[in-house]
Ligand binder design. Structure first.
Ligand SMILES: [Zn+2]
Length: 233
């Protein structure tokens, strides 16, 4: 069911992102709590940054109404650009002075990767609990990750997803996010963090996710390659 909802939305630049967006709000709260910031003031700053990043009055109005106007439903179908603007605004506001905006390794996290990691851990215990239950890390990567990816990125992108076994505990994940409005280095960082968080929650030992090559930064754009390693617990 989860996958089919994403599939029907693939051509419109919208996906079933509601629960991911809810997780971003909770991530902001959690980060504020951990760093002694005022959550309401921080959220207001993020809101203003979202408005700045939104390119048109129509988009600002949409953000006001759909993102900041009340609770976002877990099942909400939302446009990709909103996902992008929100993640960028959160990163701009929460990152420390001089901290990088995106990362290519889970060993050097950034706000966007931590936001992804947070959502994986949270969804493993809530909306996607049945998809995580009793899965070994390798099974999760091969069978569950494609379902979640399809929900976030749509059927067209999901058709280009490849998961290859390189050696024991070492995999290559190929994502083809070309042409998606939300695609970019921050989005790649959040995917990297999500993979890492999921493996952690499933008990993989010392998981490391590396963004070996970002095709979105290449001209012409190419696919994105990730390397995922861990030791079985
Ligand atoms: Zn990339």
């Amino acid at each position: 069911m989860i996958g089919s909802v994403g599939a029907t939305m693939a051509q419109t630049g919208e996906n079933q992102l509601g629960d991911f967006i809810r997780g971003r709000f909770l991530f902001v709260e959690e980060t504020c709590r951990a760093s002694g910031r005022d959550p309401e003031r921080t959220l207001e700053t993020i809101k203003q940054e979202c408005f700045r990043l939104a390119e048109t009055p129509e988009r600002r109005e949409f953000l006001e109404r759909k993102l900041f106007g009340g609770a976002v439903l877990a099942s909400a179908v939302l446009p990709d650009w909103l996902d992008k603007v929100f993640l960028e605004a959160i990163s701009h506001v929460l990152r420390g002075p001089g901290a990088p905006l995106f990362t290519t390794s889970s060993r050097t996290p950034c706000v966007a990767s931590e936001a992804g990691r947070f959502n994986a851990r949270r969804q493993a215990a809530s909306v996607f609990a049945p998809l995580y239950a009793r899965k070994r890390p390798v099974e999760w990567l091969r069978t569950t990750f494609p379902i979640i990816y399809r929900q976030c990125y749509g059927a067209t992108a999901a058709a280009g997803l490849k998961i290859e076994d390189l050696s024991a505990g070492r995999f290559r994940v190929t994502l083809d996010n070309r042409g998606l409005e939300k695609a970019g280095p921050l989005d790649c960082s959040t995917a990297l963090g999500y993979l890492c968080g999921a493996l952690e929650v499933l008990g993989a030992k010392d998981p490391v996710v590396t963004h070996a090559a970002c095709g979105l930064l290449a001209r012409p754009p190419a696919v994105c390659l990730f390397e995922v390693t861990w030791r079985e617990a």
